[in-house]
Design a protein around this ligand. Structure first.
Ligand SMILES: Nc1ncnc2c1ncn2[C@@H]1O[C@H](COP(=O)(O)OP(=O)(O)O)[C@@H](O)[C@H]1O
Ligand SMILES: Cc1ncsc1CCOP(=O)(O)O
Ligand SMILES: [Mg+2]
Length: 274
């Protein structure tokens, strides 16, 4: 079986429990997209139970949109590291404020992440580049384009090598690297950036895929990013056909993940190893 199809198959077969410590803006969408993919979400985030709750899970997602929950992320992250289970980071607005810069550094020091997924401003900040990002959305100056693809791929590869994590940057072009292999993915559509939560949902889904395929978080991350991108294309076709807007798009995006088949994934993936 194609390894990306296998990753989707394993999510549905294993129904991994994914512990998400995530923000109040998009928490419901994150839970629903994990369910759509085939996993089982738990959003427990209180510092008094975070480590114990994580112990029951196959993967942990730490989303820095919940900056106030950083102590829970560290306790739960260390617990999952001890158990050898995947921990996924979404560095929401990592370079945006001094608090976020401090928390990002502390998380990277205290917890070993299997996979880190952010937009280009967030990942460029973690890589030590000067960035123009200040909020949760990517800055136009930081975006990855066909023109700067080579430089961006090297930035992502070097960060993966330095952290020992799979690094994933999302946008019009997605890049994923484990430090050895670097892939560019060309699925998705611009409407995905017109809803809040497409990034948080994607990171949550990476958690489900890594939980189902912990021995190969690179393949799991590429598969989850491709499922998300193809689902965006399906939802966009419906939006254009029906003349709907971003609210319906968000629902159609989750529906498309729910209905994604292994064949659709293999046929729809626009994937290239650089
Ligand atoms: N212009 C675009 N074209 C295609 N896909 C996009 C575009 N912008 C965002 N996406 C997709 O939307 C999802 C969320 O990515 P992104 O918007 O970068 O995250 P965030 O919401 O964290 O900033 C990813 O699957 C990404 O590939
Ligand atoms: C708007 C906002 N503010 C704090 S977290 C958050 C959600 C960000 O979600 P995404 O990065 O997936 O658009
Ligand atoms: Mg984001």
């Amino acid at each position: 079986m194609n390894k990306y199809a296998e990753a989707l198959h394993l999510v549905r077969e294993k129904e991994p429990l994914v512990q998400c410590i995530t923000n109040f803006v998009t928490v419901n969408d994150c839970a629903n997209i994990i369910l759509a993919a085939g996993g089982s979400p738990s959003m427990a985030h209180d510092v008094r139970e975070a480590a114990e709750a994580a112990r029951n899970a196959r993967a942990l997602v730490c989303n820095m949109g919940a900056i106030e929950d950083a102590p829970s992320m560290i306790l739960a992250g260390k617990e999952m590291n001890k158990l050898g289970r995947p921990v996924v980071l979404d560095p929401v607005a990592a370079g945006g404020t001094s608090l976020r810069r401090e928390v990002a550094a502390e998380l990277l020091k205290e917890v070993k992440f299997s996979s880190i997924r952010g937009n280009a401003s967030e990942i460029r900040y973690l890589a030590g580049q000067q960035t123009a990002g200040s909020g949760v959305d990517v800055s136009a100056l930081d975006k990855i384009t066909e023109e700067n693809l080579k430089e961006a791929a090297e930035m992502v590869r070097a960060l993966a090598e330095r952290t020992g994590s799979v690094i994933a940057v999302s946008g019009k072009l997605d890049l994923v690297s484990d430090g050895k292999e670097t892939a560019v993915l060309r699925n998705g559509c611009a409407t995905m950036a017109r809803i809040t939560g497409s990034g948080c949902m994607l990171t949550s889904m990476i958690g489900a895929f890594c939980g189902a395929m912990p021995e190969d978080c690179f393949t799991a991350t590429v598969a989850a990013m491709s499922v998300m991108g193809i689902s965006g294309e399906v939802a966009e076709a419906r939006r254009i056909k029906n003349g709907t807007g971003n609210a319906t798009f968000r629902t159609d995006l989750i529906d498309a993940v729910f209905n994604m088949t292994e064949e659709q994934l293999v046929e729809g993936m626009q994937y290239e190893i650089l």
